[in-house]
Design a protein around this ligand. Structure first.
Ligand code: CP
Length: 317
């Protein structure tokens, strides 16, 4: 496979969020990702598009999927990849986010991939550095590459996004995945439902142009895609649900509730999953319905496409 390297359709310097992206830009990244899915299934996955370039993964929050897939994506495109260990960095001595970013910037990286617990922190950092910045998830704000990989998963299974009905279920309030998905699905012409207890809805949820349900069975009726969300207890101050047992009873996805959706509805989850809390364990592993591992696989391709697209506007290609 040949890397494109020159992407006139994508003229952004950073990838900070899906909000404000056009259907053409999203479609361009998904088309580019498709090529990388094929490459990733070959024995020789190595490309040279980013040879000589440096990618730094700067994760202030834990991650398995996003951090590893950005590392793989960078290496498969030929970049040198550094994983900054925040736990053993000078951040532990009180260095600020901005001083950390400026320090790394002085070493001339080409891409910073940043995850942070504060909404807006990655946008702020992008204003202070000379290189491309990719948001790998900031607080409850956005997780753009997750929404792109979710969209790619749906598009490859259903052949389109337009006209599909997608249910985002559970802790929408604290979910950056839900926010990025709402922006993306709206831009691509899908219908979005959010199904959540009132305590786990974002404030003024109607502004996202979604349908709101408080009952799983009613909300799932006729859905093409059922996307479950993790209960983000790390972002909760106080109690938002009575108990995890009761939460599963009312809001957890099991085969009986899934039967309300279309017979071939796909089950998605961005991971990490809380089995038995937001999703039944057997259903999560049922490969006739669950595409959770497809999401993980396609995440590497999407991150390669994002690095490729940004490279053209940051001195490569
Ligand atoms: N979906 C997601 O962002 O997973 P990680 O926290 O493991 O990166």
């Amino acid at each position: 496979m040949t890397s494109t390297g020159s992407n006139r359709e994508f003229s952004r310097r950073h990838l900070l969020g899906i909000a404000g992206m056009s259907a053409e830009e999203i479609g361009f990244l998904l088309d580019l990702s498709d090529g990388y899915v094929d490459l990733n299934r070959e024995a020789d996955k190595k490309q040279s598009l980013l040879h000589g370039r440096t990618l730094i993964n700067l994760f202030f929050e834990n991650s398995t999927r996003t951090r590893t897939s950005f590392e793989l994506a960078g290496k498969r495109l030929g970049a040198d990849v550094i994983n900054m260990s925040v736990g053993s960095s000078s951040i532990k001595k009180g260095e600020t986010l901005i001083d950390t970013a400026m320090t790394l910037n002085a070493m001339h990286p080409d891409v910073l991939v940043v995850r942070h617990s504060d909404s807006g922190a990655v946008n702020l950092l992008a204003e202070k550095v000379n290189c491309a910045v990719i948001n790998a998830g900031d607080g409850s704000h956005e997780h753009p590459t997750q929404a792109l990989l979710d969209a790619l998963t749906i598009r490859r299974r259903r052949g389109k996004l337009q006209g599909l009905t997608v249910a985002l279920c559970g802790d929408v309030r604290h979910s950056r995945v839900a926010r990025s998905n709402m922006y993306l699905l709206d831009a691509m012409g899908a219908r979005v439902r959010i199904i959540a207890p009132p305590t786990l809805l974002p404030t003024a949820a109607e502004r996202f142009g979604v349908e709101i349900f408080h009952d799983m069975r009613a909300g799932l009726e006729g859905c093409d895609i059922v996307m479950m969300l993790r209960l983000q207890t790390e972002r909760m101050q106080g109690s938002y649900v009575p108990s995890t047992r009761e939460y599963f009873h009312f809001w957890g996805l099991d085969a009986e509730k899934l039967a309300c959706a279309k017979p071939d509805a796909l089950v998605m989850h961005p991971g990490p999953m809380n089995r038995g809390i937001e999703i039944d364990s057997e259903l999560a592993d049922d490969l006739t319905r669950s595409v959770i591992l497809d999401q993980v696989e396609l995440g590497v391709a999407v991150r390669m496409a994002c690095l490729d697209a940004l490279a053209a506007h940051n001195g490569a290609g």
